[in-house]
Design a protein around this ligand. Structure first.
Ligand SMILES: [Ca+2]
Length: 154
């Protein structure tokens, strides 16, 4: 009987702390994971195929993930029961994406594209084909301290 009560108490405590943790860290961790896999799997060509031929191929403008990902890509990106999805971050906002559409292996640094830019940011170009970030819990891309990631330049 004592063992049973003890087991129930331990179970309750573990369930309680796990729930608290998932509330506190869920959106962050889910968003970080999602951005990590999307950065690996999504290419500018994929983005172009989703946004359609009439959409401008402008590297210096933010794209938002308001297109429909095909099921195969959603499956690849994966992460069942995540708060964050390939379309929206853990706080329900679309991601910000910058793509290397002219295929020179560089994109403008998103830190300089927000209004105002990230304080102290100077690096104009990043050596990558795609940059993805979340505006964080405040939903404002210009407040970099809560963005995921919090910056791009090294
Ligand atoms: Ca922000």
């Amino acid at each position: 009987m004592v063992v049973l009560i003890f087991t129930v108490l331990v179970w309750w405590f573990v369930a309680y702390t796990m729930e608290k943790r998932s509330i506190a860290y869920g959106p962050w961790n889910n968003t970080m994971f999602m951005i990590g896999t999307m950065r690996e799997l999504i290419t500018p060509e994929y983005v172009a195929s989703k946004t359609g031929p009439s959409s401008p191929r402008d590297e210096s403008a933010f794209l938002r993930t308001d297109w429909k990902f095909d099921d195969a890509m959603v499956k690849k990106i994966g992460m069942p029961s995540s708060l964050a999805t390939p379309n929206k971050d853990g706080w329900g906002s679309l991601y910000y994406i910058v793509c290397d559409f002219n295929n020179d292996g560089q994109v403008p640094n998103p830190e300089l594209m927000t209004v105002p830019p990230k304080p102290g940011a100077t690096q104009k170009e990043l050596s990558t084909r795609i940059a993805i970030f979340s505006a964080g819990p405040d939903g404002d891309p210009a407040t970099w301290e809560d963005n995921v990631p919090t910056g791009f330049a090294r």
